[in-house]
Ligand binder design. Structure first.
Ligand SMILES: Nc1ncnc2c1ncn2[C@@H]1O[C@H](COP(=O)(O)OP(=O)(O)OP(=O)(O)O)[C@@H](O)[C@H]1O
Ligand SMILES: [Mg+2]
Length: 332
C-alpha cells in the first residue's frame, strides 16, 4: 500500500504503560515484516491486550513508539487506523443487528458506498461460513460464530495489517482450525498479522516469528525452531499408572542423563529431556520391563514451545495463572 517494502509493517520500541501501581508494559519491542505473522505469546496478564490497544491507537503508551504500516500511532493515528484491522479479545458485535448488518455497518463506517459495503459483507459472510446465519440477529450466534463475525469485521476494509487479540480463545477445535485457516489465507494474500495467544501450539502453527512476553516484557524472541533449539534434545514421555511403581521408574529415567525427569503426580506421566533419542528410549523401556513396571503412552518428541516456556521462565506457563487447558490434543 503506502508502505515502503523495506520497513516493518508493525514496529514497537520500548513501549511502557502503567495502570496505578501495575506496570502493564515495561518496555516492549516488536517487529513484523510485511506479509508475515508475528505471534505474541504470553500467559494471562502478560500485557498482550495492552500492547494491542497501544498498536491500534486505543490507548496511549506512557513512553516508547509504535508504527503501523509506517504511521506513528501517536503522531498519525488516522494513518495507522486506515491500515489496520482489529479483532479484540472479546468479540465486538452489535447483538441487535444481524451478521450482515454488522458487517455492512463496519463498511459504511470505513466510508464505503452502500453497494460496495453490501457486496463486501456478502463476501465475508461466505468466507467465514456465516451465510446461513447472515440474516439472523447476531445475539443468537454461538460464541464461535461471534468470533468469526468479529474477525470478518476486522477485514472489511482490506487492511494491510491485522491485529488479532486471542482469536481462538474459547473456540472448540473445529472453530480453532477454521480460524487458523482464515489467518493462513489472509497471510497468503499478503496481509501482515499480529496475533496474541496463550496457546503455544497456535504460535508454533501460525507465526513466522514469536515474541514471548511476560510481566510486560519480551523475554524471548525468534522463530519456533530457534526457540525450540534453546531447550535442546527430544522429550521422552511415558505414563506409569501404578502409583507405587513411580519411584523406581523415576530412578531409571533419572539415570538416563543429566536431565531431571518431571512427574505429573495426577496422571503419572513422566517427561524427561534426552540427548540420545531412540537409544535412551529403548534403554529405559528395557530397564522398566526388567522391574515389571507397567508403562503406557510412550512417546518421543521434539521439544514443544511449552518446554521452551518452562525453560525461559523456570515454571510451567499455567502455574498460578488460572490454568487454561491446551486447545487441541491436550497436554503432551
Ligand atoms: N485498564 C486497566 N486498569 C488497570 N490495570 C490494567 C488495565 N488494563 C490492564 N491492566 C493490568 O495490566 C496487566 C496486563 O494486562 P493485559 O490485559 O495487557 O494482559 P493480557 O496479556 O492481555 O492477559 P489475558 O491473557 O488475560 O488477556 C494486568 O496485570 C492487568 O490487570
Ligand atoms: Mg488480553
Amino acid at each position: 500500500m503506502t508502505q515502503r517494502t523495506d520497513e516493518p509493517a508493525i514496529r514497537a520500541e520500548g513501549l511502557t504503560k502503567r495502570f496505578g501501581d501495575k506496570q502493564a508494559l515495561a518496555g516492549v519491542d516488536l517487529e513484523a515484516a510485511p506479509g508475515t505473522v508475528l505471534g505474541v505469546l504470553g500467559p494471562n496478564g502478560a500485557g498482550k491486550t495492552t500492547t494491542v490497544r497501544v498498536l491500534s491507537t486505543l490507548l496511549r503508551a506512557d513512553s516508547g513508539h509504535a508504527w503501523v504500516a509506517g504511521h506513528d500511532v501517536r503522531e498519525d493515528p488516522e494513518g495507522a487506523r486506515r491500515n489496520l484491522g482489529l479483532s479484540g479479545q472479546y468479540a465486538a458485535v452489535d447483538e441487535k443487528l444481524t451478521g450482515r448488518e454488522n458487517l455492512y455497518l463496519v463498511g459504511r463506517l470505513y466510508g464505503m458506498g452502500r453497494h460496495a459495503a453490501r457486496r463486501r459483507a456478502g463476501q465475508l459472510l461466505d468466507g467465514f461460513d456465516l451465510k446461513d446465519a447472515a440474516d439472523r440477529r447476531s445475539g443468537t450466534y454461538s460464541g464461535g460464530m461471534r468470533r468469526r463475525l468479529d474477525l470478518a469485521g476486522a477485514l472489511v476494509a482490506r487492511p494491510s495489517v491485522v491485529v488479532l487479540d486471542e482469536p481462538t480463545t474459547g473456540l472448540d477445535p473445529r472453530g480453532r482450525a477454521d480460524t487458523w485457516t482464515s489467518i493462513q489465507e489472509l497471510v497468503a494474500a499478503g496481509t501482515t498479522v499480529l496475533l496474541t495467544t496463550q496457546y503455544l501450539e497456535e504460535a508454533d502453527q501460525l507465526a513466522d516469528t514469536i515474541a514471548v512476553i511476560e510481566g510486560g516484557r519480551v523475554i524471548a524472541r525468534g522463530t519456533a525452531a530457534q526457540l525450540k533449539a534453546r531447550v535442546g534434545g527430544e522429550r521422552l514421555s511415558l505414563t506409569v499408572p501404578a502409583a507405587h511403581q513411580r519411584a523406581p521408574a523415576a530412578e531409571i529415567l533419572d539415570a538416563l542423563g543429566p536431565h531431571v525427569p518431571a512427574l505429573d503426580a495426577r496422571t503419572g506421566r513422566f517427561t524427561v529431556a534426552t540427548d540420545h533419542g531412540a537409544a535412551s528410549l529403548e534403554y529405559a523401556l528395557g530397564c522398566l520391563r526388567q522391574l515389571d513396571i507397567e508403562v503406557r503412552d510412550v512417546a518421543l518428541a521434539p521439544p514443544t514451545l511449552d518446554d521452551v516456556f518452562l525453560t525461559l521462565t523456570g515454571r510451567p506457563r499455567t502455574a498460578g495463572e488460572g490454568a487454561v487447558a491446551p486447545p487441541m490434543e491436550g497436554a503432551r
